[in-house]
Design a protein around this ligand. Sequence first.
Ligand SMILES: NC(=O)C1=CN([C@@H]2O[C@H](COP(=O)(O)OP(=O)(O)OC[C@H]3O[C@@H](n4cnc5c(N)ncnc54)[C@H](O)[C@@H]3O)[C@@H](O)[C@H]2O)C=CC1
Ligand SMILES: O=P(O)(O)OC[C@H]1O[C@](O)(CO)[C@@H](O)[C@@H]1O
Length: 400
Amino acid sequence: MSSSMNKEALHFGAGNIGRGFIGALLAESGYHVTFADVVEKLINALNEYHSYTITILDVDPEEPRKEIRNVSGVMSNDPVALNKAIVDADIITTAVGPNVLRIIARSLAAGITARRKAGKEYLNIIACENMTGASSHLQNEILKHITDEEDKAYMEEYIGFPNCAVDRIVPPVDQAALGGNILSVGVEAFFEWIVEEPAFKGPRPEIKGMKLTDNLVAYVQRKLFTLNCGHAITAYLGYLKGYQTVDQSLKDRQIEEVVHGAMLESGAALCKKHGFDFEEHKKYIEKIMKRFRNPYIKDDVARVGREPLRKLGPADRLVGPTKMCLEYKLPYRNLTKGIAAALHYDNPEDKQSVEVQNKIKEKGLESVCEEVLQFPRDSDVTKQVIESYNELKALKKQTV
Ligand SMILES: NC(=O)C1=CN([C@@H]2O[C@H](COP(=O)(O)OP(=O)(O)OC[C@H]3O[C@@H](n4cnc5c(N)ncnc54)[C@H](O)[C@@H]3O)[C@@H](O)[C@H]2O)C=CC1
Ligand SMILES: O=P(O)(O)OC[C@H]1O[C@](O)(CO)[C@@H](O)[C@@H]1O
């Protein structure tokens, strides 16, 4: 560690979660936070103001605004400055999106070599993304760039990659309406950051709001298969019916029923798999429904539904819980409706949506179920998805 008075954190991704959640917790825990990003105006603003404002978008927040101080920025594509930040860091976190982890891995590999040469010891790198095993994935990507045996041994001994679950809704906001600047961010009051304790190397960092667990997979799946699952289904059904935001979509009883039903279905499987108490889990679902309805958060269905190809992946928020239901022979009718709605998601501004639509046109729905969802042809689950897909065609015609 640099010194107990001057702890250094490097956070990749000065976006919504970076500024509104993880970077903020690190700064509030006494770290100087360097944000690495590719957006020059964000980095310039961080280096000009060294602070920014967080507004809590919620009913009666205890503290409506917070000033986050002791922050700066570095361009992620400036190898010299970034390398120095990696060498100086006591902790590194990311919130860049799962697809970008592969890109930052090269710089992290170079930084790890530089740390070894500088005689630095323990470092933990925590990827805070909506993805199961994001830090392990980053570790594998970094290892692809580490060829020197000494570096490999050093990484094994000194660099930890604890996986985590991150939960806080941080949508893009109208920064002018918040009375702020380009760095201003609006967040819901709720947050949960749960990190895999056994994977840390060296002393555990003390970070306000970070909870440690030795059963991380259970918490990642609980969050991904409940909050993100329900959120995605709301977004895809909402888009199909012509709604703009999550809260508008949930005022539609038809949508609300499917979303709630899907979360109960995934919940039954999660309780079987991980031993959560079902009554407690139902309360968790109700709290999430309340968070989705937060009138102060205008979350665009296009943001929540972004990148449907990723969201339709076999371990992700829609297919993942459906497979879990299949494993325990539990019903999954609402989940397949959600999958079908995602397969209908036709937004020309979203590259992955265009890709999915083209695949369906070129190869047919059944092949897409096999290739993307990895459901066997002729299986009951594929039949249910196709049936729901055809039912939703009618819904599409009665757009509001
Ligand atoms: N916004 C939310 O409510 C939540 C998001 N997440 C997850 O957090 C991650 C980030 O999401 P958001 O903050 O919403 O996205 P965002 O788009 O607001 O932020 C991502 C940031 O990463 C930056 N970036 C892209 N390439 C980069 C690179 N090579 N080096 C450094 N920075 C780079 C972008 O310029 C952007 O500022 C995603 O994995 C998301 O699933 C998780 C929980 C909540
Ligand atoms: O960030 P992703 O994985 O694209 O998905 C969006 C989801 O992530 C969140 O931004 C945070 O969990 C939710 O608001 C939403 O369900």
